[in-house]
Write a protein that binds this ligand. Sequence first.
Ligand code: FAD
Length: 339
Amino acid sequence: MDISIVGAGAGGAAAAYSLRDHDVTVFEKSRGVCGRAATRRRNDCVYDYGANYVKADDDRVTELLTATLDSTGLVDIEEPVYTFDAAGTVSEGRDADDHKWTYTEGLTQIAKRLFARTDATVHRETRVGSLTRLDDGWRVHDPEDEDLGTFDAVLLNPPAPQTADILRESDWSGEVYSDLLTAVEAVDYRTIYSCVLGYEFALETPWYGLVNTDREHDCGWLSREDLKDGHVPDGETLLVAQMSPEWSTRRYDDDPEAVCADAAAIVADLLGDERLADPAWHDSQGWRYALPDGGVADAPLRAAERHDLYCVGDWVAGDGRVHLALRSGLAVADRLQNT
Ligand SMILES: Cc1cc2nc3c(=O)[nH]c(=O)nc-3n(C[C@H](O)[C@H](O)[C@H](O)COP(=O)(O)OP(=O)(O)OC[C@H]3O[C@@H](n4cnc5c(N)ncnc54)[C@H](O)[C@@H]3O)c2cc1C
């Protein structure tokens, strides 16, 4: 079977891995793979600036990461996650995660290692704009309507709003199409602005991460990349501050310099350490479609599958988690191969 996967996120990569006995062609709009499980290198540091880690909440995914794929460099963050409230009071607890995994080279290793086990052709910097329904299969087009090929089946891995963009531009009609589009358009997302703050001194904390449980603070999550093996040179600190959806939405289009300066001041205030207001360097990324607010109606997706069109990703699984995106990719591949 000739199969096209649109998007090389964790979900798309897991599907490509499971479909490795078929001819798989992947179109990914960005330069790298693994989507929101994203890693950068700068100033001798490696940092995960989207997802922070993968949880061991799914047996099949756990086996994939720890046994099936090469687990060299798999890092299990040992320090706990603490909580804080609107007033900035930090408390122990809520570290429900048995394992918190990344890699010394960062989370993008997940997709890289999955693709390395396949013969899939991965076209990077290739955005898909639309699809055309054929009598048997699908034609895939870029946004300028250039033909990217015809396939027996297509998997759509972008976040729901970007999947909806593709569907709206597509040449397909009928009840299955309109029900699918309505279901995909109904999935809302939270926006998160990630600020990465580098310091040339070591920090002592009893926690790896802090999560704001009442969702009333301007900072939603704060964690230490320097506690991930291989990420940060000794004697330095690298904090990732993920700002609340409200704050992130308000500041989304502002100058990143100003946004990071304000985020650093909020972090300094939260930890009661004035030194943190003045990082030696910073980086940032706005994630407009960071986390889906719940899942999608299942029936319209299953109906589209009978027309060889599959949706895959965290929003299909019902929550914004890397392990759920991976599981969604494996599950969709199972269904495709069993039709
Ligand atoms: C700030 C932040 C913090 C997070 N923290 C955690 C965490 O700690 N733990 C956790 O488990 N999860 C976390 N998540 C969620 C996690 O990152 C996602 O659930 C998971 O990575 C989603 O994978 P996916 O394959 O569904 O989608 P994505 O990773 O979004 O992959 C979709 C891919 O499709 C590509 N694409 C989009 N449109 C097109 C197009 N038209 N043509 C071609 N390609 C296209 C994109 O470039 C992308 O590579 C976090 C997310 C964010 C943003």
